[in-house]
Write a protein that binds this ligand. Structure first.
Ligand code: ZN
Length: 299
């Protein structure tokens, strides 16, 4: 059974042209909120693309007006533990252990583990982003090599309001620089597509109606390059970041992230500040852009 025929429920795996694969987040009714099942499906689709020699470049895009509203905190669909939707990939284990132990193991596997695994996959990957990418939504953007955004795209990590440092794949300072990283974390405010481009986080900004074609054209251009050259170029850039301590910095921040979760468990009896989700939801509504991409005046 080819990967395109696999019974994915949260994503679609497409082949828009001969040497390009495209993974589409397919929960627009839930603003592409991520659950464990979706993350395993993305991982399986990326794995299939990497093992298919006819695929030279992989696009990650999303159906609907918003790329991803982050982790699905409220929905019941697709929840579960590593192992429920495919074999665990990162060699962690202990997901059902009580207290912080099981929670940390879960996030080591499906959040930090997957992001790092995807970041190091050998073929070029392009994230194609419209609308909002909130919190965990950034973890479906930042691990990939190139970011094409439409003019209405907005990027934010408001999870300080949960009493933790930021999302589990903590690469903010690498992505937007240390000053902007602090501002986006301290305020929870979003960064626009244009601002993200100026900060070096986004490669290209295009009109919303051109997002799909512009991303595909870029993928097809890259796909013509020798695969070995692409692989070596990707590894070399990643190793340049690794030589500056990127992996160690991510691991250190992940430890602090779980200090935050553990502290909330002691203080509130839940892994995140209990009012955080509502605060983020109301902020997301207030930030919602008008159709033309300008900022909404009110919620
Ligand atoms: Zn967490």
């Amino acid at each position: 059974m080819g990967v395109a025929e696999r019974p994915f429920e949260m994503i679609r795996y497409e082949r828009p042209s001969a040497n390009v694969a495209r993974i589409m987040l397919a929960r627009p009714e839930a603003r592409n909120a991520q659950n464990t099942q979706m993350l395993y499906e993305i991982d399986a689709a990326l794995d299939a693309a990497m093992h298919d020699d006819t695929v030279h470049v992989v696009i990650i895009g999303a159906d609907g007006p918003h790329f991803s509203s982050g982790h699905d905190i409220k929905g019941k669909a697709g929840r579960g533990q590593p192992g429920d939707f495919g074999p665990p990939r990162m060699g962690v284990g202990g997901y059902t252990r009580p207290g912080q132990e099981g929670h940390m193991a879960h996030e080591q596997e499906v959040f930090l583990g997957f992001c790092w695994r995807w970041r190091n996959m050998p073929k070029p990957t392009i994230a194609s982003v419209q609308g909002k990418a909130i919190a965990g939504g950034l973890m479906l953007v930042w691990p990939f090599d190139i970011v094409v955004a439409s003019e209405d795209a907005q990027f934010s990590d408001p999870v300080v309001t949960f009493g933790v440092n930021g999302v589990e794949y903590f690469v903010h300072a690498w992505e937007v620089g240390h000053r902007k990283a602090k501002e986006m974390l301290f305020t929870g405010e979003s960064i626009s597509a244009q601002e993200a481009k100026e900060l070096g986080m986004v490669n290209r900004v295009v009109k919303r109606e051109d997002l799909e074609s512009a991303t595909l054209a870029l993928a097809e251009k890259i796909a013509k390059q020798p695969s070995m050259g692409l692989k070596l170029a990707k590894m070399s850039v990643n190793q340049s970041l690794d030589a500056q301590g990127m992996y160690n910095a991510i691991q250190s921040a992940f430890g602090l992230h779980h200090l935050g979760h553990a502290n909330m468990r002691i203080v509130h009896g839940s892994a995140v500040e209990p009012t955080g989700a509502n605060k983020i939801e109301s902020q997301a509504k207030a930030d919602r852009p008008n159709v033309d991409g300008s900022k909404a005046k009110s919620a």
